[in-house]
Design a protein around this ligand. Sequence first.
Ligand code: 0PR
Length: 389
Amino acid sequence: MPSRAQGKSSVLAMLRALRTTDATYRSGRILGSMGTAPLPIAEAAHKIFLNANLGDPGHVPGAAQLEASYNRMLLDLAGAAAGKGVGQVTSGGSEANILALAWMRVRSGARDVIVPRTGHFSFEKAAKFLGLRLRIAETDEAHRVLPASVKGLIGPETAGIVAVAGTTQVGSVDPIAEIAELARDHDLPLHVDAAFGGYVLPFLRPRQPFGFDIPGVETVAMDTHKMAMGTIGAGALLMRDQRELDELAVETPYLSTPRQRGILGTRSAGPVAAAVAAWEELGRRGYERVVKECLANTARVVAALGKAGIRPLVPPSLNIVAVPHPDPLRLQGGLAAEGWRVNVLTRLRAIRLVLMPHVTRRILESFLPAFAAAHRATAEVPHVVASQA
Ligand code: 0PR
């Protein structure tokens, strides 16, 4: 880094040059990530509120008002009744999951949390940071948690249960109503991680409940930098009532408001404004169209792979396709050499394709033949490797 002051144009040129080395969503070349290009209106909104600090909302009542709209928007999507529920804005799904487990710990004093084997690694972070023990519940062949396994893990030290609405690896949706009933029977809170599914499930017909319209669901994690097409850095932990949320509060004696609840202190209103703006512009109908298209593209992938003799690991419930492969890193490398970026599910020996809004049908039509060819070329483990093993 130069120690001398640089002119604005040379600084910007340096940054742009760095940026050209990044893969971008807009190029359509990223097919394995849950991120996507923000809507132009989201980008513009983000810029307007970039440095408004929601950690000290008394100074920024405009931003605070947006935050209230953001929470309302997510609560409505998560099935809360009109005017019911509260939200704590977070930096994304991980922070919301960590807060949810913190709340279970604080309210119960107990240390065990039952999490499906398919749970996101943010639950492992929560356990590490908070001194909790994860009790791992088994899943069926479709990667949905088994209620009997959850039931068998409930004990005197259980603080709560987690279910996932849209798993990170294959997009499966746990049987939330059944798990919620178990939770109710044992007087335990159920947290639903809808970081991904929260912006897909509400737009399906018929609508698939995953949140507060299921009795027993106490908290829901959602975020707006995945399928919502907002900018990176916002999500929320949603809860049923203010008293529950206040169990996470600490005093902030010198700020413009007396208490704070999330993990972060200073946080930008930018991504909050971005998500509200995206919602205002698209509306429910707009998101329904986007989701319909993503699911149609998912079906297109399954059909094209089927013709090439390739079957997904599980039939997709959302817009994620996991494709088994004996050496997924090799396949990933082969595709990367041609400019396509896919993710490897190391624990499942598979490649993950996520049909996000930036992955258009045109992109798919050039990607799919490349994928099928690379799959064929790398699927056979070379003899020399096999004989050395
Ligand atoms: N819960 C679920 C079900 C998730 O899939 C994720 C992230 C989280 C929680 C955590 O959310 P934050 O990342 O917002 O804290 N899942 C993505 C994944 O691990 C995150 C991601 C997105 C990773 C884009 C890579 C990427 O390029 O795949």
